[in-house]
Ligand binder design. Structure first.
Ligand code: KIV
Length: 268
């Protein structure tokens, strides 16, 4: 067993201030939580991607708060030191800040240490409401999977100047509202680097290039067991490795050393 101390928000801020990259992976159960924690992954994201990865659904939209609470509890029981973030699923925070608070509490009671919610300006009052009540919040901009239909499919966001400006504005508003972390999904690498440099909170990229403060991948994608066409921003770390633990360690090392993502291969 490693002798790593439990990660805290304070420690994550210190890592960010020191320029140390944050390695995050999605995780949905206790067995993988143990493996990822032992492999030194900094943060486990109980993503609503579980709707697609575990449940075989076409999108994340049908995932319920009860399912998120169940998987968060599973991950928390397998984990010892990694920082646990749980996704607020579609429909669990859009209605009002009070509803968001009630649902965030369900995830925190199962062992989440931070919750993540998707969206721009309209989420700012919700973020502030949760943060004021002691809930660490990770925001999520760029391609936001819960808006897949509104966005017209899986598309890179922020490509033109107006869209880039909107993302810049939203990221600053979310940080000012108290978001302590920001996931940037499928945005051009140069824009993600600019946003990261302009913000005082860490950005975690997925398909957003090497200029972010950390990286996240869907666990099953980086182990090559998702099926279908591999996504441009994913590398299969199990390929050529001796097993899952080694593949995950390689991911952590490559994120920390800036070898993943490779902007020439994995970015937009
Ligand atoms: O649900 C999820 O796995 C996510 C990541 C893709 C960032 O939100």
């Amino acid at each position: 067993m490693s002798n790593r101390k439990p990660l805290t928000l304070h420690r994550l801020r210190e890592m960010h201030a020191a320029g140390k990259k944050i390695a995050m992976l999605t995780c949905y159960d206790a067995a993988f939580a143990r493996v990822l924690d032992e492999a030194d992954v900094d943060s486990l994201l109980v993503g609503d991607s579980l709707g697609m990865v575990l449940q075989g659904r076409p999108s994340t939209l049908a995932v319920s708060i009860e399912e998120m609470a169940y998987h968060t509890g599973c991950v928390a029981r397998g984990n010892r030191t990694a920082w646990i973030i749980a996704d607020m699923p579609f429909g669990s925070y859009q209605e009002s800040a009070e509803v968001a608070m009630r649902n965030a509490a369900l995830l925190m009671q199962q062992g989440a240490q931070m919750i993540k919610l998707e969206g721009g300006a309209w989420t700012v009052p919700i973020v502030r409401f949760l943060v004021d009540r002691g809930i660490p919040v990770c925001a999520h901009l760029g391609f936001t999977p819960q808006s897949v239909h509104a966005l017209g499919g899986y598309r890179v966001q922020g490509r033109d100047e107006a869209a880039a400006r909107a993302l810049r504005c939203q990221s600053e508003e979310l940080a000012a509202a108290g978001a302590a972390m920001l996931v940037l999904e499928m945005v051009p690498a140069s824009l993600a680097r600019d946003l990261t440099n302009a913000l005082s909170i860490p950005t975690i990229g997925i398909g957003a290039g090497s200029g972010c403060s950390g990286q996240v991948l869907v666990l099953h994608d980086m182990l090559g067991v998702t099926g279908g066409e591999p996504l441009r921003f994913v590398r299969n770390f199990l390929d050529g490795s001796a097993g899952i633990a080694q593949a995950v360690r390689q991911y952590v090392t490559d994120v920390r050393d800036g070898r993943f993502p490779d902007d020439a291969l994995h970015s937009f």
